[in-house]
Design a protein around this ligand. Structure first.
Ligand code: FAD
Ligand code: MLT
Ligand code: ZN
Length: 508
């Protein structure tokens, strides 16, 4: 019998588990005739294809056929890069007639294989639709093409003293349409809430080519069913998001951050309560990094934010950000917090540092945001983005490490590191398992469904913010009831009866 740390282990029950490879016998591959038709819609430079009439070099198509991690490999022979919603509509209408599968692709930074073709679907890349349509500096409402890069939008509204309501490490590549389609969470969710609240309207090309124009700029609109919500987190399975109306908050007058080293994980929860109580309305992020992730970050040149002596044998770290209206007031609160934490009878922290300049502020964030890239440099990551009760974060990480040890799969020959970091304030753990020499079926078999079982036992979610894509299709039932999945299928069938829109993703 496998012994697991601190009594975290999946209950013995036989939930369904099988990896089904979807087959699309109902769909056709793109041929020369199709390319000729696409040429009547798009400029020649907007069509990439390895078929003879276009003969794009394979190297130019390759980036559209592999995801950010190098885990998912597609087989699309053609990529279309429309510039207008009308062009998207005409392409989709034609694909529906010809039964050609379509994979919408944004910045291709998704982490669950949602933006990569499974068989020979065509890739529809939104990158050339990258214009801001309007920005109202009074209301803060931004209307933009779906292909706008998140960071470009931040830079566009910065002179008007507004910020985007979401921020993530992939900001330099991910697109607002991709963010919406994955319902990305990220580093600001604690303060500004999810995209289900900040997105005011969408323009979507439906699977029959119809343009659904719901690009509302109203804050309040209770006129029946709120269809746009279906496309937020729809992962391209219900339609192609081409335009976005989003509420951007005013930039805070003062932002500060602190980085804290904790002697043990058990202190994280009481620390969260203390910080919330003392900082109140100015707390805007509360992020977690375990010791393995911190040491990995240092090895790859992040930080150091604290000296080795100060860190000592700290087991984990917390980054707290404040966003408020008055620098003196906020600094006073932060200084008081640090002093109280350090002088308590039983201190919750070993040490901490308060950023003293914009450069230090950025390097504290760089350590947290840089972890995803470091993980990538360590080997091939199995990434599990889960919601579990905060008190279980470290137990889940430890249970997975022990599982790999018990299977003889822990060490430089197989899994070199198991680590956790994430958005503690949102109950979102990023459990990262590094396969030193690449993805291997026996490693995946040891991890799945083991991890999903643990998450389901804690009534958690198998996907907190990255989505389902093709990675977690078969794990959906760990977090959604049969009734829910049945209704999701009915919705898919209603919007996309031909099953051409990102087929084989999300639904099992
Ligand atoms: P893609 O990867 O291109 O696509 C993602 C999915 O959306 C696919 O299913 C695709 O078909 C669909 N899609 C894309 N565009 C459209 C569209 N216009 N219409 C319809 N469907 C579309 N995620 C978080 O939630 N929080 C984080 O903090 C976070 N940090 C990250 C950090 C790094 C370094 C990386 C690499 C990824 C991170 N992610 C994070 C993952 C995340 O999902 C994205 O980065 C982002 O939201 C995806 O946007 P994209 O434009 O790259 O979409
Ligand atoms: C993060 O919070 O850093 C992202 O979601 C990406 C990751 O899980 O590594
Ligand atoms: Zn995240």
């Amino acid at each position: 019998m496998i012994r697991l740390h601190n009594s975290i282990r999946p209950a013995f029950r036989s939930r369904r588990w099988a990896h089904n490879i979807p087959t699309f016998s109902h769909l056709n591959s793109v041929n020369e005739e199709d390319l000729a038709h696409f040429s009547s819609i798009l400029a020649p430079t907007s069509i990439l294809s390895t078929l003879p009439s276009i003969s794009t070099p394979a190297d130019d198509i390759a980036p559209y056929n592999v995801d950010w991690m190098g885990k998912y490999h597609g087989q699309a022979n053609s990529v279309l890069r429309p510039r207008t919603t009308q062009q998207v509509s005409e392409i989709v209408k034609y694909c529906a007639q010809r039964k050609i599968g379509i994979v919408p692709q944004g910045g291709n930074t998704g982490l669950v294989g949602g933006g990569i073709s499974l068989q020979k679907e065509i890739v529809l890349s939104l990158g050339a639709m990258n214009n801001v349509r309007s920005f109202d500096p009074v209301s803060g409402i931004l209307v933009a093409d779906a292909g706008c890069i998140l960071q470009s939008l931040s830079e566009y509204i910065a002179p008007h003293n507004h910020i985007m309501p979401l921020d993530l490490g992939a900001k330099g590549s991910c697109q607002i349409g991709g963010n919406i389609s994955t319902n990305a969470g990220g580093l600001r969710l604690l303060r500004y809430g999810s995209l289900h609240g900040t997105v005011l309207g969408l323009e979507v090309v439906l699977p029959d080519g119809t343009i659904l124009d719901q690009l509302s700029t109203l804050r309040k609109d209770n006129t029946g069913y709120d269809l746009k919500q279906l496309f937020i987190g729809g992962e391209g399975t219900l339609g192609i998001v081409t335009g976005v109306s989003i509420l951007t908050p005013p930039a805070p007058q003062a932002t500060n951050n602190i980085f804290l080293a904790l002697p043990r994980f058990d202190n994280v929860l009481p620390l969260f309560q203390t910080v919330k109580r003392q900082l109140g309305e100015i707390m805007s992020a509360f992020e977690y990094i375990d010791r393995t992730a911190y040491d990995m970050g240092l090895q790859h040149g992040l930080g150091p934010l604290l000296s080795a002596d100060e860190v000592g044998d700290s087991q984990c770290f917390v980054l707290v950000e404040t966003s408020g209206g008055n620098q003196d007031h906020d600094l006073e609160k932060l200084n008081n917090l640090l002093e109280n934490l350090l002088t308590a009878d039983e201190p919750l922290i070993n040490t901490g540092v308060l950023s003293q300049s914009p450069t230090q502020f950025n390097s504290i964030w760089a350590l947290r945001e840089g972890l995803t890239e470091c993980v990538q440099k360590e080997g091939k990551p199995y990434k599990y983005d889960v919601s579990v009760p905060l008190a279980d974060f470290q137990k889940v990480v430890d249970a997975v490490r022990e599982r790999m040890i018990s299977k003889g799969l822990y060490g430089d020959h197989a899994i070199s590191k198991v680590m956790g970091y994430g958005h503690v304030g949102d109950g979102n753990l990023h459990l990262n398992v590094i396969a030193k020499h690449g993805y291997r079926p026996e490693l995946e078999a040891a991890l799945e469904p083991f991890i999903y079982e643990i998450v389901a036992d804690r009534k958690g979610s198998v996907s907190a913010e990255h989505g389902i894509g093709s990675m977690k299709r078969d794990a959906l039932h760990y977090s959604k009831s049969d009734v829910s999945i049945d209704w999701m299928r009915k919705i898919k069938q209603t919007f996309d009866p031909l099953n051409i829109m990102n087929p084989g993703k999300v639904l099992p």
